[in-house]
Design a protein around this ligand. Sequence first.
Ligand code: CP
Ligand code: NVA
Length: 311
Amino acid sequence: MTRHFLKDDDITPAEQAEILELAIALKKDPYSEKVFAGPKTVALIFDKTSTRTRVSFSVGVSDLGGVPLVMDSGTSQLGAKESVADTARVLERQVAQIVWRTYAQSGLEEMAQHSRVPVINSLSDSWHPCQLLADLMTIREHFGHTDGVKIAYIGDAANNMGNSYLIACAMAGMHVSIGAPARYQPDVEVVRRAQEIAKQFGSVIEVHERPEDAVRHAHVVATDTWVSMGMEKEKQKRIKMFADYTVTNRLLELADPSVIFLHCLPAYRGYEVAADVIDGPRSFIWEEAENRLHAQKALMVWLDRQQKLGK
Ligand code: CP
Ligand code: NVA
């Protein structure tokens, strides 16, 4: 059975730890794995814009000895002209893995259902699991471990990043605290799943409306844009709704003194984060952005190994 990575808990907590260890090893020795030697090709499909994901997957596939094939939905038949299932049937015969940034999670599920090669979600409306591997790697590098570390995620918690922080951080044994307006809190089902995972580790999942309550004792404070891709029409409404959710140094004063700041980027200074926070000493955003490369390389290597083991 082919393993795919469509959402954070498509792997077990032990497998997540294994991928993070491999990512740290690959950061030290970037050209040590050549799983795509041949060279094999990896399809990178983008239905939404991207800088980090496009670059890190392209560089990552090259580092692993392969060739990245970047496809835009606007210049391929996928979408309006050809079904996801037929696209999967064409790709699986020619590429080693399929990486797809898209809108609905159901598209990724359909692609995976019809593909004998691994499908990786490089962001959907519901999840951003590759980003979380990079964030967890950054936390692990900084604190030496993830278990027992408390993360507070502030802002739009009803989006892909809110969902992925809840599940991936719970899997890493972290305490997760959300600070979001009532209308933008995570789906109860996602919170329930995170709590179920957290039980194994004795960690705590909290959802607050006041950001001040969410950041208390946090070792990591993270945020994301208030206007995710696809939400552009709601921009003005959202700027008003989230006005009290800017991550400022004043807010960070309420967190643990060791607190670090993370943001998946791109960032909008003066909106979800103050410039002196994101550009200040507590910010680890550039390490986080670089770690996309190492974490995704580890993921691709790991999926290739599973494929060879016939798992
Ligand atoms: N964080 C992230 O996924 O960035 P891009 O949209 O630039 O790929
Ligand atoms: N929530 C954001 C993440 C961007 C990397 C979006 O979906 O646009």
